[in-house]
Write a protein that binds this ligand. Structure first.
Ligand SMILES: Cc1cc2nc3c(=O)[nH]c(=O)nc-3n(C[C@H](O)[C@H](O)[C@H](O)COP(=O)(O)OP(=O)(O)OC[C@H]3O[C@@H](n4cnc5c(N)ncnc54)[C@H](O)[C@@H]3O)c2cc1C
Length: 305
């Protein structure tokens, strides 16, 4: 029986682990399918406070993990396949093996949707990104492409015009899901060029370990062509990793945890941290801050019981 189990080993889970371990709660951290979370996908992180020269994303999360382990946090490989939150202590199945705890911190993140292009995953952190706030500044006076047709694609394209010499917004249909105001704002921006009825077939160049261009296809004429690009940004949504908890805690229609104030979920003793609840900020520092909040709430919850 554990005091607390933390689901996820990204910035939120690792920070929650540092705090709960330092408070003597001996947390168990379930690593999940993506050890270190989304930062393990990237290269340079320039906006996490405390690193004037920036820091490599995987190093940052690995440092957090070591810091948590120094205070006694335990990490276990595997993912939550099933959960029973109907009564305390709560039961989580880690790759089928049951683990019980008096309190839980759900820090399982929200995975970006990708296009599943042949070379896409190989170039993440080398020109392919799902986060304009994080990586836009690397593309000053460069050619940027944004994929998507919703509000976040409009927002990201508009934001990226601060950096890029040009921004091409590629959308597979003629009509946009984006709200009228967001679409009009993007259309009014002289730096944004729209390419509708167009899909991306692949992104290059894996040999140079760098994005240099994409192959596009017009869905109406079937014509394909190559276009030079330096930064390739996906803005086609995120999927919160909440499947095992569906029907047991309150989720919004997209599957994000609904907060009941602070780090509280709809269930006493179950807390949230990071991108699994946050569809707005989605940053390493906000996830870390949320991990700290969840840990402090767990300490208080356990002290009260
Ligand atoms: C390419 C890229 C670059 C980025 N660059 C920056 C940047 O420069 N600066 C910045 O501030 N932010 C950046 N971000 C955003 C930042 O990485 C996220 O906001 C942050 O990682 C969120 O942390 P998290 O702990 O909430 O979730 P995540 O990092 O997504 O971690 C989720 C964790 O939950 C685990 N998990 C999921 N499902 C389960 C399950 N069923 N059972 C057990 N575990 C599970 C996963 O394995 C993972 O360890 C970037 C994101 C991406 C994708």
């Amino acid at each position: 029986m554990r005091n607390v189990i933390i689901v996820g080993s990204g910035c939120a889970g690792n920070t929650a682990a540092i705090y709960t371990a330092r408070a003597g709660l001996n947390p168990l951290v379930v690593i999940g399918h993506e050890p270190g979370g989304q930062l393990s996908l990237t290269t340079q992180v320039e906006n996490f406070p405390g690193f004037p020269e920036g820091i490599n994303g995987p190093d940052l999360v690995e440092n957090m993990r070591k810091q948590a382990e120094n205070f006694g946090a335990e990490y276990v490989w595997g993912g939550i396949t099933e959960a029973d939150l109907s009564k305390a202590p709560f039961t989580l199945h880690v790759d089928g093996v049951p683990q019980q705890a008096h309190a839980l911190i759900l820090a399982s993140g929200a995975s970006a949707r990708w296009l599943d292009l042949p070379n896409e995953q190989k170039l993440i952190g080398h020109g392919v990104s799902s986060c304009a706030t994080c990586d836009g500044a690397f593309y000053r006076e460069r050619k940027i492409m944004v994929i998507g047709g919703g509000d976040s694609a409009m927002e990201e394209a508009t934001f990226l015009t601060r950096f890029g010499s040009e921004v091409t917004l590629v959308h597979r249909r003629e009509e946009f899901r984006a709200s009228k105001i967001m679409l009009e704002r993007a259309r009014a921006n002289p730096k944004i060029k729209f390419l509708t009825n167009t899909v991306v077939e692949d992104v290059f160049d894996v040999n140079q370990n760098l994005v240099t261009g994409v192959r596009l296809r017009d869905t109406v004429s079937g014509k394909t062509w190559d276009q030079d690009v330096d930064g390739f940004f996906l803005a086609i949504g995120h999927v919160p990793n909440t499947k095992p908890f569906k029907g047991q805690i309150e989720l919004d229609p997209d599957g994000y945890i609904i907060s009941h104030g602070g780090a509280r979920t709809s269930l006493k003793g179950v807390f949230h941290a990071g991108d699994v609840q946050d569809r707005v900020y989605r940053q390493a520092i906000t996830a870390a801050g949320a991990g700290c909040m969840a840990a402090i709430e767990v300490e208080r919850f356990l002290a009260g019981h």
